[in-house]
Design a protein around this ligand. Sequence first.
Ligand SMILES: C[S@@+](CC[C@H](N)C(=O)[O-])C[C@H]1O[C@@H](n2cnc3c(N)ncnc32)[C@H](O)[C@@H]1O
Length: 208
Amino acid sequence: MEGMVAKWYATNTGKALGEFSKLARRIAGELPPGSSILEVAPGPGYFCMQLAKIGGYAITGLDISHTFVEIARHKAAEAGVAVDFRQGNASSMPFAEDMFDFLLCRAAFKNFGQPVRALQEMCRVLKPGGRGLIIDLKRDASMESINREVDGMGLDGLNRIFTKLTFRFFLIKTAYTRRQFEYMLAQTKFSRVDIREEGIGFEISVTK
Ligand SMILES: C[S@@+](CC[C@H](N)C(=O)[O-])C[C@H]1O[C@@H](n2cnc3c(N)ncnc32)[C@H](O)[C@@H]1O
């Protein structure tokens, strides 16, 4: 079952490669070559791969799902890009402290079983002055705005309906409010936190 869901997600999000490529270009514009970058919970790994295509970075992805790690490794090999995809838990990362200049966590934070631990781990593995970006759905996103967002994903009829239902009955129920994020972030040692609302979600920028 997990494998089927992972494959469906990989195929579906693979149709939105433009979005991952745009995000990779944006992040690359903010980071000097040679930076070490971590994606927490990369799933099929599209962001990492788009960033690797730009070149010049040491990129690592850490995902709890063995199936997603396998899919991501396979796709990276096919694309001929170097990304170190590892299996592990965001709440207990297999990395030493002060390792990464930047980290991204996109569309995954709401899935974490121990979200505060995950934030604390993000802080631990970032270098002093290093930055993290968490992009996730907000709890109070309206159904109209979610429907608009899904309509823009380029999905075919059935997939579009299924994705809308997934947002409505699952994803939105696990998403956090701004207050909940503030409460969780207050339990970390980040020196700066900036929570911005973007469309149906938040972009949370944290600095160690
Ligand atoms: C919806 S996918 C998002 C994938 C990718 N970030 C993207 O933008 O398409 C959520 C991912 O979170 C991963 N995940 C859930 N809990 C995790 C945890 N505790 N540690 C690491 N990864 C986790 C899942 O295996 C899955 O790959």
